[in-house]
Structures are given as structure tokens and as C-alpha cells.
Ligand binder design. Structure first.
Ligand SMILES: Nc1ncnc2c1ncn2[C@@H]1O[C@H](COP(=O)(O)OP(=O)(O)O)[C@@H](O)[C@H]1O
Ligand SMILES: [Mg+2]
Length: 252
């Protein structure tokens, strides 16, 4: 097993009386893809939001490479190397693909380049942004406005924007939502190549994609961790069939 990069211990998030995340324990490993599945409202987006510092946890601990980071600010999570995409789009539609990636890269390097002359910083940021676009095969779209590329390409751009923050961990919230079959295949191939280099946490409803890509899968229900295992064991698990799938013939 590769290095455990990110870990949650007894992590909880309460919205008033609602336990959106309830004493959740999980470990994510480097150079692998770990999917989180569960019904709507299970707490998947909440988990990602807490793991990247968007919201503070109500209780529990987050460890990054063994170091506690629970109460850091969200930009500090980003600078540590935890990057995320959002379920709802994060793109500036009136900016070019390159500019969108530059804005993302700035988040990561902004602080550390504050000492340099701005032209040097701009060049560095642009290089990081171009590298990120190349990783998602959007180099040729660099100077195109984000609202002029296809929906599928916009989702690729969102992944590029995460990559531009130079992460070790990528938290991806439904990157294939609303896509057609062909577009999904492009993202599947992209994630297959990216997972060789990053720790990817994938929340996704497309079960074909999840089964094809996952090294590990976690099923969560009502804010609780139900099971974490390899794909074949998840498919066969009667608890999963009962609690999540309802009927084994219907969902998987
Ligand atoms: N900002 C918020 N304020 C109040 N309740 C929220 C907030 N975000 C999520 N919730 C609630 O937390 C629960 C889990 O939501 P969410 O994490 O979005 O689930 P999922 O992504 O699995 O569909 C839901 O009942 C949702 O209504
Ligand atoms: Mg969600």
C-alpha cells in the first residue's frame, strides 16, 4: 500500500440538528483513486468540503501526511497540497482557459512568490497554468474563452484548475455530472492517467466509471461510513446491497 496522505478521524459536521457527517473515519493513499458513493444527501460533498477546509469540522481530526491540519484556513489546505473541484462549476466564463488556470495557480504560489518581482511571478504562474492545461489535453484551448468550449471541456478545465494549485490530493465532486457517454470516457481516461501521480478522491454517481477507476471504494449513508473495500468486495457485500442499492439487480 502506498503512503497514507490524508486521513480523517471521527470527523463530524453538524448543521444544526442534522448530522451531515457522523464520526467518519477514512484514509486516502497516494497514487491511487478512492471513490465515495452514496445516495443524495449522504454527506459526500460535505466530506469533501471539510477535507479541503471550506467548512470547519464540528468534531474530529484531519491529518495530512501525519500532521494535524484540522483548524487551518482553507487557503492553507490548498497550499499544503489539497486541491478540490466543486459539484457546481467554479469557472470564470468570461476569462480564457489559461486565465482561469492562472487564477487557480495564484492561490497556491501567491504567497511564496510575493517576494519576487511581479513579472517573474506572472511568468511562473503562466507556466504552471500551461502545464495544468497540458495535463488535461486542453493546450489548444488556452486562449479560448471558457464559455466558448464544450461542457465536457469545461469539466476538464475544472480539473486543470485543481492541478494548477499543484496538489498532492485531488478532491473531485462529480466531475462527470451532466456529461454524455463520449465526454465521460474522456474524463475516465484522464483520471486513469492522473491517478498514477496523485491521491484522487472521487465522488461520482456514474457507477461504470467508479468501478473502472477505483482502487478503493467507500459507501456512505446518512453521514456514516458503511464500508470501505476494493470494488469486487463492495459489489458482493450484502450490507451494501441492502442499505444503498436497495435491490442488487437495479443499481450496479
Ligand atoms: N451549507 C449547508 N447548510 C445546511 N445543511 C447542509 C449544508 N450543506 C449540506 N447540508 C445538508 O447536509 C446533508 C448532506 O449533504 P451533502 O453533503 O450535499 O450530500 P451529498 O453530496 O452526498 O448529496 C444534506 O441533508 C444537506 O441538506
Ligand atoms: Mg454532493
Amino acid at each position: 500500500m502506498n503512503e497514507c496522505v490524508l486521513q480523517a478521524e471521527n470527523l463530524s459536521k453538524h448543521w444544526g440538528g442534522l448530522k451531515a457527517l457522523n464520526e467518519f473515519n477514512i484514509k486516502f493513499y497516494d497514487k491511487s483513486l478512492h471513490s465515495i458513493v452514496g445516495p443524495n444527501g449522504a454527506g459526500k460533498s460535505t466530506l469533501l468540503n471539510i477535507l479541503c477546509g471550506t467548512y470547519p469540522a464540528t468534531n474530529g481530526v484531519i491529518l495530512y501526511q501525519g500532521q494535524e491540519i484540522t483548524s487551518l484556513k482553507s487557503y492553507e489546505f490548498c497550499r499544503k497540497g489539497i486541491g478540490r473541484s466543486f459539484q457546481k462549476t467554479n469557472i470564470f466564463k468570461g476569462a480564457t482557459c489559461l486565465e482561469n488556470c492562472c487564477i487557480a495557480a495564484q492561490q497556491r504560489v501567491g504567497g511564496s512568490f510575493g517576494l519576487f518581482k511581479s513579472r517573474h511571478a506572472n511568468k511562473k504562474v503562466k507556466q504552471i497554468a500551461m502545464d495544468a492545461l497540458a495535463k488535461v489535453n486542453l493546450t489548444e484551448r488556452a486562449e479560448t474563452l471558457a464559455n466558448a468550449i464544450s461542457y465536457g471541456e469545461q469539466r476538464q478545465l475544472e480539473i486543470a484548475m485543481v492541478l494548477a494549485t499543484d496538489p498532492k490530493v485531488l478532491l473531485l465532486d462529480e466531475p462527470m455530472a451532466g456529461m454524455g457517454h463520449e465526454e465521460s470516457l474522456t474524463i475516465i481516461e484522464l483520471l486513469k492517467s492522473l491517478k498514477k501521480h496523485y491521491c484522487i478522491v472521487l465522488v461520482e454517481h456514474d457507477m461504470d466509471a467508479v468501478f473502472e477507476l477505483s482502487d478503493l471504494m467507500t459507501v456512505m449513508v446518512d453521514g456514516q461510513h458503511l464500508i470501505t473495500d476494493v470494488v469486487d468486495n463492495i459489489r458482493a457485500n450484502p450490507l451494501v446491497q441492502e442499505a444503498y442499492l436497495g435491490n442488487e439487480n437495479e443499481v450496479f
